[in-house]
Design a protein around this ligand. Structure first.
Ligand SMILES: [Zn+2]
Length: 314
């Protein structure tokens, strides 16, 4: 905790020092926000594989935007107002078109805390029909754990909930470009939403797909496996996962995550059948998967516990 506090105060020092750099340095800074056009009009900023409490933890999710002839849709806003602003500045360097939609793929902090950076654009905020309730449940936790990632002083009003909830499907028209939003049953969370750009057949999976970084279970492991079956049958040219690199072959990209989640289910069911308690399951289940994933230690035991709680009454 002490190390954490020290690095956080060092970060604040660097942030304060950055206010006094020469103007040419200040204008150079936003260019450091990596952005790639992965398909015509589809822009992605890849998040870094860092733990949720590591310095730079506000920049771990893949976020970006899609440009139509009429307006722009943002897809996830990063884990702080700072990252949201960097994304907004990147949009402004690419197009003068208005930002008409800010879409959140789910409730997690690394995808939603940048929403406030877009408030001045007065977009429609769009998410799963269950997202508003999920944000309401998480507000206190966000304010307690991520105060530094808000504008000072941090307030609940800075956690912007959707004004438009998706029950099943929703079509958004950006001008000569349609996005199909799909709300999923409980899987990674209880409010997962995917975004499909018809024009380039690009699918933004949100955190229904993790690549390289260990998937984090916060919904239903059985529901997540069922969602993967449906996703694997989709005809898609390009995949933007919630975390990890861009992929072209969706079924192949889903395979490692499917293997891990199945190992969780099989391992936990076996422990339960043998009458083993949850602590035993956390120590034994799925360990053969460890070498395949980043951030194992901060996530795996929690996943086993979630799966155990879900499967012990089936
Ligand atoms: Zn997530």
């Amino acid at each position: 905790m002490i190390v954490d506090a020290v690095s956080r105060s060092a970060l604040r020092w660097f942030a304060a020092a950055a206010l006094f750099v020469a103007p040419w340095m200040a204008t150079a800074a936003p260019a450091a926000f990596d952005l790639r056009e992965v398909a015509p009009g589809v822009f992605v900023h890849l998040g870094k594989p860092l733990a949720l409490d590591a310095p730079g933890h506000d920049d771990i999710a893949n976020i970006g935007f899609i440009v139509g002839t009429r307006c722009v849709a943002v897809i996830d806003t990063g884990g702080s107002v700072r990252i949201g602003r960097a994304l907004r500045a990147a949009i402004r360097r690419r197009t003068p078109l208005p930002i008409c939609y800010v879409i959140n793929t789910h409730v997690h902090v690394d995808h939603v805390l940048g929403n406030f950076a877009f408030a001045e654009d007065h977009p429609s905020f769009v998410g799963h029909a269950a997202l508003a309730a999920a944000l309401a449940r998480s507000r206190e936790f966000f304010l307690r754990q991520y105060t530094d990632d808000f504008e000072a002083p941090a307030t609940p009003a800075q956690i912007i909930a959707p004004d438009r909830g998706v029950e099943t499907m929703l079509d958004l028209d950006l001008g000569d470009r349609h996005l199909t939003l799909r709300a999923w049953p409980k899987a990674h969370t209880d409010c997962d939403l995917t975004v499909f750009d018809e024009k380039t057949a690009t699918l933004w999976t949100g955190d229904l797909l993790f690549r390289e970084r260990l998937p984090a279970l916060d919904g239903s492991v059985k529901g997540w496996l069922a969602a993967l079956d449906v996703l694997a049958r989709m005809s898609v040219k390009l995949v933007v996962p919630g975390h990890g690199g861009i992929a072209h072959d969706l079924a192949a990209a889903l395979a490692p995550e499917r293997r891990y989640l199945q190992a969780l289910v099989d391992g936990v069911r076996s422990e339960i059948a043998q009458g083993k308690p949850i602590d035993d399951a956390m120590a034994h289940v799925g360990t053969a998967e460890k070498s395949h994933w980043l951030l194992w230690d901060s996530t795996h035991a929690h996943n086993v516990a979630r799966a155990y709680q879900e499967l012990e009454w089936e």
